[in-house]
Design a protein around this ligand. Structure first.
Ligand SMILES: Cc1cc2nc3c(=O)[nH]c(=O)nc-3n(C[C@H](O)[C@H](O)[C@H](O)COP(=O)(O)OP(=O)(O)OC[C@H]3O[C@@H](n4cnc5c(N)ncnc54)[C@H](O)[C@@H]3O)c2cc1C
Length: 490
């Protein structure tokens, strides 16, 4: 394709009339960045990138696309790891980038809620509410680029779910444009509303297949007065879970993060970033990044030993668990700088694994009591097949990012990847786990969805999709496998 307009003049002019001439991109040099995701693994073609500035504009664009049978790929920050936000399937598609819609519509300090537009970047929202000493807790490595619309559409998780829940639990209202162009306004922010089906929850996690989320109401929380962060080396996964329970029992709901970062992953991070030091000098076969926080002034007060109350209590718990042999080594961050270093270490995992060599990533969840059995059985199977495993996870939620990897591309190409995937999925199924914990399905897990999702649930999803979007124009080829052998996505 040349550097020329790809839409016919009539369509281009009409879309430009709706959103403004500068907000319809058709030249290849302008569109390129919108056509591939963060990982670079997924890319596609579109006839235009359309960037609306209001909900009304979104509705008009959608009505027009429906009339012309043009597919729509809603897009936020393109940090989704499953290929959902870039066009892949469909004869002709526009990318609908929400990133211009990025304002705060209302901040209710008394009600501790905020109404924001879908294109607002997660970190921008966090900075905004921090000015009022409030917290929006969703936390993960892509916070500086991902959008709240994308967070809702994928029901994003991250490291604070153990305390605050997923995006679904943080959202109490939504505004969206449905496939027929109708605007749903459910931005009341009511904490109780039992007036029929919950459309908000239908759209959360729908990955752009049922409509475009344009705004939402989120819950806010008080900013913690104090945070304490520790890196632990534990005797086993079960010892780690006992530690989690013990800290939760003794420090109330203070645990904000309980992240699994074992030694093989620590080695890969240190290899990719030689200037970064592991938090512990000793080996941490079962390494955990633990963070506790409190809003209570009494927890932040200094004790006789001049540390805060929460720190001395945490110290006593860790000391006892060390005496019991569950914890082998531990370090508590002594400064904000050291805390940031621990988190930078944790957040460089994905880049480090990618730099290490080729890999295949499972994003799975299991009952906490089955985590160690899963790791034992899955590692045994795939190591025998010649794979290395690099596993991290949000351990407190039972969510593992389990990667099959190999340092050598040449060796990787000879390995039986499909057999390894099957083996892992069988073990997961036997233990009652889910093959998709927090990143969604996109295109990357569509075959697994077809093979492993409960057929009755899949059927309900496909029925909802075909009734709301009968022409299959919304993000075709994503989330839902083909129905009746037709390449329609429903
Ligand atoms: C370094 C890194 C770390 C990450 N860590 C985590 C993690 O810990 N937990 C986690 O859950 N995810 C994580 N992710 C994945 C990703 O950041 C999330 O999935 C995020 O929610 C995607 O937001 P986005 O704005 O980038 O969406 P995009 O990638 O643009 O889109 C994702 C999906 O949402 C749809 N969509 C986007 N906006 C809208 C809208 N307004 N209306 C309807 N549909 C829409 C798209 O069509 C697509 O299907 C990580 C990613 C990276 C790169």
């Amino acid at each position: 394709m040349n550097d020329t307009d790809l839409l016919n003049d009539f369509s281009t002019n009409y879309l430009k009339e709706i959103v403004g001439a500068n907000n319809v991109l058709t030249r290849k040099t302008d569109t390129l960045e919108y056509l591939k995701d963060w990982s670079g693994s997924y890319s596609g073609e579109a006839i235009a990138i359309v960037k609306p500035g209001s909900t009304d504009e979104v509705s008009k664009v959608i009505k027009y696309c429906r009339e012309k049978k043009i597919s729509i790929v809603p897009q936020g920050g393109r940090t989704g790891l499953c290929g959902g936000g870039v066009p892949i399937a469909g004869p002709s598609a526009i990318v609908l980038s929400l990133m211009r819609m990025n304002t705060v519509r209302n901040l209710d300090i008394v009600g501790r809620t905020i109404v924001v537009e879908a294109g607002m970047v997660l970190e921008a929202l966090q900075n905004e509410v921090a000015k009022e000493n409030l917290l929006f807790p969703l936390m993960f490595g892509a916070k500086g680029s991902c959008s709240l619309g994308g967070n809702l559409a994928t029901n994003a998780g991250g490291s604070n779910v153990v305390k605050y829940g997923t995006t679904r639990e943080l959202c109490i209202g939504i505004e969206a444009v449905m496939p027929d162009g109708a605007i749903i306004n459910a931005l009341t922010g009511l904490r109780k509303d039992n007036s029929g089906y919950d459309i908000k929850n239908l759209l959360i996690g729908s990955e752009g297949t049922l409509g475009v989320i344009t705004a939402a109401v989120f819950k806010l929380f008080p900013q913690p007065l104090i945070r304490k962060t520790a890196f632990l080396s534990l005797e086993s996964i079960d010892a780690a879970l006992l530690t989690l329970n013990m800290v939760q029992d003794q420090l109330g709901d203070s645990v904000e993060a309980f992240e699994y970062v074992p030694q093989p992953v620590i080695d890969v991070i240190c290899l990719a970033f030689p200037h970064i030091r592991s938090p512990l000098d000793s080996a941490a076969d079962v390494g955990v990044l633990l963070e506790v926080s409190s809003c209570r002034p009494s927890d932040a007060e200094s004790t006789s030993s001049s540390s805060s109350r929460i720190e001395s209590e945490l110290f006593s718990i860790l000391e006892k668990l060390m005496k019991d042999g569950l914890i082998l080594d531990a370090v508590i961050a002594a400064s904000e700088q050291q805390r940031n270093d621990f988190w930078r270490f944790r957040e460089s995992v994905l880049e480090s694994i990618n730099a290490y060599g080729p890999s295949y990533h499972f994003d799975i969840s299991l009952p906490l009591s089955s985590l160690s059995t899963f790791l034992h059985e899955a590692d045994l199977k795939v190591h025998k097949l010649g794979f290395e495993t690099l596993t991290i996870g949000h351990l407190g939620d039972g969510n593992l990012h389990y990667a099959l990897a190999n340092h050598s591309r040449e060796h990787w190409d000879t390995l039986p990847i499909n057999k390894a995937k099957d083996d892992v999925l069988q073990i997961l199924k036997k233990l009652g786990g889910s093959f998709s914990a927090e990143h969604g399905i996109g295109v990357s897990k569509i075959e697994i969805m077809q093979a492993h999702k409960d057929p009755a649930q899949l059927n309900v999803m496909q029925t909802i999709k075909s009734s709301l979007d009968p022409d299959n124009l919304f993000n075709p080829g994503k989330l839902l496998p083909f129905r009746n052998g037709l390449n329609l996505g429903y």
